[in-house]
Write a protein that binds this ligand. Structure first.
Ligand SMILES: Nc1ncnc2c1ncn2[C@@H]1O[C@H](COP(=O)(O)OP(=O)(O)OP(=O)(O)O)[C@@H](O)[C@H]1O
Ligand SMILES: [Mg+2]
Length: 357
């Protein structure tokens, strides 16, 4: 078990600054997810921890030691990639044993570890097959098994599930969660799938353009996004953003006007973006200080467990998450409302979240 610490990591490729200045710590038993859009620097961070990339400046510490200059082979780190990179001519068994043989482990120890990992990932029956005789999900489990047999202090995963179909993804996601529960080592998991981020991470690091936007538990990131980017990136369907203007103590948008809370008022400038999660818009007439408006419905998506209703309020497009039994039809105008004390406000210029209390 070992903690991971990135201290002011800067990475420049040619004239491109990929990571301006990244610092964060992963506790020795923690599962941290790095999430962000394509090209934001997730793989570069992981590769820097593994030693496959040298930082332009800054330090990587693992288990209390500065390992910035240590060769990747001598870091106690195993990395699992999106492409499984198995040796095609070797059996499943030999693929898993390969790294240990390189490190001159005794065959008896190798055999013990390979069989243990094979049992954990349900590969027992497949040990003599070649990779091309396996399904994508089975190959990915071999890649996971190969990382596990090394018994490293730290695991790094770079989108290991993105080649799998939805069902296998969900299954393997649970397997990795179980693996973490069993091994209790530090794990850093990269994804741009926000469901993986929400369900797997003890903490999430949300990145944009090589900069950390927020580090927090999944629920805090969802409930208290630090800025508009985080608010829009985490959550599906995404939060509705409504441009607004401050008029004295009120906020005016295209379809509503209401009194701002004192805390929001005191921090706000003239331009404010209102943020409404699809489930924060409620069906029915306003009551108890809620703000009401009418939605002209244009699309209805019955999802089974919920009903997604798309429509317009004034010129503003909105999506609303409703009870699956709600009777809502296309071209209907339905009353909706929201609680102004429970929703989100962002500075219209710098996009930071404004306080509500
Ligand atoms: N060897 C390199 N030379 C030049 N630019 C690079 C190199 N490696 C990565 N980059 C650039 O650095 C940025 C970050 O790349 P990185 O692979 O870390 O992104 P990512 O967040 O993992 O994206 P994805 O989700 O698509 O995998 C990208 O703009 C990429 O083009
Ligand atoms: Mg990547």
């Amino acid at each position: 078990m070992a903690s991971i610490e990135l201290r002011n990591i800067r990475k420049v490729f040619g004239s491109t600054i990929v990571l301006p200045d990244i610092s964060f710590t992963v506790r020795e038993d923690e599962f941290v997810v790095l999430v962000g859009p394509s090209g934001c620097g997730k793989s570069t961070i992981l590769r820097t921890i593994a030693g496959l990339e040298t930082p332009t400046s800054g330090e990587v510490w693992i288990g209390g030691k500065n390992i910035t200059e240590v060769h990747p082979r001598d870091r106690d780190v195993a990395m699992v990639f999106q492409s499984y990179a198995l040796y095609p001519h070797l059996s499943v068994y030999d693929n898993m044993a390969f790294g240990l043989r390189m490190r001159k482990f005794a065959e008896s120890e190798i055999d013990k570890r390979v069989r243990e990992a094979a049992a954990f990932f349900q590969l027992d029956e497949l040990l003599q097959r070649k990779p091309k005789q396996l399904s994508g999900g089975q190959r990915q489990r071999v890649a996971l098994g190969r990382a596990v047999v090394r018994n490293p202090s730290t695991f790094l995963f770079d989108e290991p599930l993105s080649n799998l179909d939805a069902k296998l993804r969900a299954h393997t996601r649970t397997e990795i969660a179980r693996l973490h529960k069993r091994l209790k080592t530090s794990m850093v998991y990269v994804t741009h799938d926000q469901i993986e981020a929400m369900t797997m991470g003890e903490r999430i690091v949300v990145l944009k353009d090589g900069e950390i936007q927020q580090i927090d538990t999944p629920l805090n990131v969802y409930r208290k996004p630090a800025n508009r980017f985080v608010a829009g990136f985490i959550g599906s369907p995404a939060m509705n953003f409504i441009p607004g203007t401050r008029e004295g103590g009120s906020l005016r948008t295209d379809f509503c006007k209401f009194e701002l809370l004192a805390a929001t008022q005191s921090a706000a400038k003239s331009s404010i973006t209102l943020g409404l999660r699809p489930e924060q818009i409620l069906l029915g007439p306003a009551q108890n200080g809620h703000v009401g408006f009418n939605l002209l419905v244009d699309v209805v998506e019955p999802m089974g467990n919920e009903l997604l209703v798309y429509g317009r309020a004034g010129t503003q497009s909105l999506v609303v998450r409703c009870d699956p039994k709600a009777a809502i039809a296309i071209d209907q105008t339905v009353p909706m409302h929201f609680d102004p004390q429970a929703v989100h406000y962002f500075d219209g210029e710098n996009e930071k979240a404004l306080p509500i209390s």
